[in-house]
Design a protein around this ligand. Structure first.
Ligand SMILES: [Mg+2]
Length: 392
């Protein structure tokens, strides 16, 4: 097995950041729609999420090179701070490793950064390195990642669409639509009524038998969530996503116990590692939603998935573009997956990480397929302004 010769971390100097979902310019729904957040209690930060800096980190590109010059890469969020960690800390655990040694590389990066890491940007950076190594392994073996992790569970992966227009997503063939929740507890009854109006409007536009869900982006508390669940009962919403802050595990336990009808409780896009997800699964939540590029990478996600299977729970990954597509189609615990509608009005399908790849696949008729191309099957768009920071 060839060894790794070099690891390089790059950031992007441009407005549209691709892997940082929220860095979008102009009138884009993801930063121009009112969406409830943990910052919604501050009037100055209610209208847009960019106002409190949701797009501040930007994209990280990790490139790994084998001794024969073959390269693999991956992209994630984390920008400059994550690039610093990769080059100044994690690189020492990667260079000179045989490319197949994904387990020892994850273990050394995780344990060496435990005193400052375990979650957040540190795990974004580790995920970036891990997925780049998987991509390189695929290039060397001339094998796609989905094949290296066990083969296809299904030929086509059913997809639901996240965005403000589930009615348009239904017309495009998606199996469901997930709406960002506009208002949280600080908007009191008026906001609650508007949330319900939106839910009613979309249910009437989409008709019955179409999966609808609310994404609450950590903005609510247990009382508000339970009231929302009760009010949504006649509208048959499928899940309520991430309604509580990630550390409110007692709150999630309470939601599972007290929900008034079998709406599913889902969460986990801001959780990390097998240890974080074990604590989450212990609360009884129905669906976990790790982001492949954030949770620790593919190596760690496979452990998280095995754990969830033992709890008889679904793993529906958050976003993650091709990194999710390869995992999902090979996962017994992932009957369908998420597609983020990244066109400004959510009315057309564009690649999720656009413009980072030359050949990023998109779903057709609401279903995703994967190719036989090696690694994650995408080519980096090298025409972008990739910058390798100088730390001297
Ligand atoms: Mg979400």
């Amino acid at each position: 097995m060839k060894k790794i010769k070099d690891v390089r971390a790059f950031v992007l100097n441009m407005d549209e950041q691709g892997a940082d979902y929220h860095a979008r310019t102009g009138d884009h729904w993801i930063n121009k729609t009112v969406i409830a957040t943990p910052m919604s209690k501050y009037p100055a930060y209610q209208k847009t999420r960019t106002s409190f800096g949701i797009d501040v980190l930007g994209t990280l590109l990790v490139e790994v090179e084998a001794e024969d010059g073959t390269t693999g890469f991956s992209v994630t969020t984390g920008g400059l701070p994550a690039a610093y960690m990769v080059e100044k800390h994690f690189k020492r655990f990667i260079v000179d490793q045989p490319v197949c040694n994904v387990e020892v590389m994850f273990d050394q990066m995780y344990n060496a950064s435990m005193y400052y890491g375990r979650k957040g940007i540190t795990l974004n950076a580790i995920s970036g390195v891990d997925c780049a190594v998987w991509d390189l392994l695929g290039q060397l073996r001339q094998e796609p990642v989905w094949s290296m992790i066990g083969g296809k569970m299904r030929e086509r992966q059913p997809m639901y669409a996240t965005g403000p227009r589930p009615d348009l997503a239904k017309e495009m063939g998606f199996i469901g639509g997930k709406l960002p929740l506009p208002y949280g507890p600080s908007h009191l009854n008026e906001g609650f009524t508007e949330n319900l109006e939106l839910a009613r409007e979309m249910r009437s536009r989409c008709g019955d038998n179409f999966l609808l869900a609310f994404d609450c982006w950590m903005a609510l508390d247990t009382a508000y969530t339970l009231q929302l669940i009760r009010s949504l009962d006649p509208l048959d919403f499928y899940w309520i996503e991430e309604s509580l802050p990630p550390d409110d595990l007692d709150g999630y336990r309470q939601l599972v116990m007290e929900r008034s009808y079998p709406i599913r409780i889902s969460t986990g896009e801001h959780e990390y590692s097998r240890w974080g997800f074990k604590r989450l699964l212990d609360t009884g939540v129905d669906i976990i939603q790790p982001d492949v590029n954030w949770c620790g990478g593919l190596t760690e996600l496979l452990k998280i998935k095995a754990l969830a299977s033992a709890y008889n729970k679904w793993v529906i990954p958050h976003g993650s573009s091709v990194y999710s597509y390869h995992f999902s189609i090979a996962s017994d615990a992932t009957p369908f997956s998420e597609f983020l509608m990244m066109s400004p009005k959510a009315d057309t399908i564009i690649p999720m990480f656009s413009p980072l790849f030359e050949n990023e696949p998109v779903p057709k008729d609401g279903h995703m397929t994967v190719t036989d191309e090696p690694g994650f099957g995408v080519k980096l768009n090298r025409n972008l302004n990739w910058i390798r920071p100088n730390y001297e």
